[in-house]
Design a protein around this ligand. Structure first.
Ligand code: AOF
Ligand code: ZN
Length: 345
């Protein structure tokens, strides 16, 4: 592969990212069509249920006769199934493109290599796995969901310089600054759901909305074992889809409020992940409290941990969860806070 190939695929990856937040639970996909080293068409999957990247890229090509001598750079294997749209592999075959270069194979069992087989059987040269690492990072939620049969888990908390996450009596204390708050609201638009435990719901009474940012609101998830939380909490205001995981009953109370019953307290984490998988929820931002964060950490079931650290000291309080330092991937400054990004790989 040449540096020109890299440039074109990099462009396709860039285009794919335009779909962030709008295409889930579908993957973000970008496509670039090249003739004689010149880009003649571009497209990306723009919204869930809408045309796929390849369709949009082909539409954008003015002279369709050039397609017979063109190379298609696409970040995901072209689909082979009739979903909400007809198979992209068939479309590329119909126009007789010369070559297709792909980042990642599609792990969706409806496709899983069949798109590539279809193209090859039609005589198209196919090269797969190009810049695969970049594609895997871009669609890490989609890949985790299909390969591990569970949502991608992002843990998030703010701790003081002396390692506390909250006061002993749970009295709310502002640890992270306003820039951090904006960033968290952006993060909320990037995940399919946000999860909090019952103490956080009760003592912080969070809205878990995205008022400091723009984008699709995530599903709010709360655990309330005995359904004893006050119905007047912000979480139950029905302004956003909300799921209450509990040990009492299953019931749809409103189009935006649903009770989901777990059967055993002992393995609540795996049951919960099973239910979220069933509901096609591909990623979860876990916003606390410590019990919930520690449950994910102890089980090793997490993918990223994003930790804000302030320069303030509390002296005493509820200790923040601990993370092994070898998982630390990045450190940045966000206003007056430090942000530590850990990856569980
Ligand atoms: C592609 N190009 O741009 C995307 C693909 O329900 P549908 O018809 O939209 O199909 C969704 C599935 O198609 C999705 O789960 C994934 O396997 C594949 N996505 N494929 O060729 C695209 N977004
Ligand atoms: Zn497709």
């Amino acid at each position: 592969m040449t540096s020109a190939d890299e440039l074109f695929m990099q462009r396709a990856l860039e285009l794919a990212e335009n779909g962030a937040g709008f295409v889930r639970p579908n993957p973000m996909v970008g496509c670039v069509i090249v003739h004689n080293n010149q880009i003649i068409g571009e497209g990306w999957h723009q919204k869930f249920g809408g045309p796929h990247a390849e369709v949009n890229a082909i539409i954008s090509v003015k002279d369709k006769n050039l397609l017979k001598e063109s190379t298609v750079y696409v970040t995901l294997e072209p689909c082979s199934h009739f979903g909400k749209t007809p198979p992209c592999a068939d479309l590329l075959i119909k126009y007789g493109v010369q070559k297709v270069i792909i980042c990642n194979e599609d792990p969706n069992p409806l496709v899983a290599g069949r798109g590539i087989i279809k193209l090859r059987e039609a005589g198209i040269v196919v090269q797969s796995g190009f810049l695969a690492e970049k594609g895997s990072v871009l669609n890490r939620r989609f890949f985790c969901f299909h390969q591990k049969q569970r949502p991608y888990i992002v843990l998030k908390w703010a701790e003081t310089a002396d390692g506390f996450i909250a006061k002993e009596n749970y009295e709310p204390v502002a640890i992270s600054g306003s820039l951090a708050k904006n960033l968290v609201h952006k993060w909320r638009t990037e995940e399919a759901a946000i999860f909090v435990g019952s103490n956080t719901a009760k003592f912080d009474n969070p809205k878990l909305s995205i008022r400091e940012w723009f984008g699709p609101p995530p599903v709010r998830l709360v655990i309330d074992k005995n359904l004893s939380l006050s119905p007047h909490l912000h979480l139950f205001d029905k302004s956003q889809p909300t799921i209450v995981l509990n040990f009492q009953r299953d019931e749809v109370l409103h189009e935006n409020l649903e009770l989901v019953r777990l059967e055993l307290e002992a393995n609540f984490l795996s049951q919960m992940l099973y239910h979220l998988h069933q509901k096609q929820i591909q990623s979860v931002l876990v916003e606390g409290g410590t019990f919930l964060l520690k449950a994910f950490l102890q089980a090793g079931t997490w993918d990223e941990a994003r930790v804000f650290r302030s320069s303030e000291r509390l002296g005493s309080g509820i200790p923040a969860p601990e993370l092994s330092l070898h998982k630390l991937a990045e450190t940045t400054s966000i206003g007056e806070n430090q942000l530590f990004l850990h990856r569980n790989v």
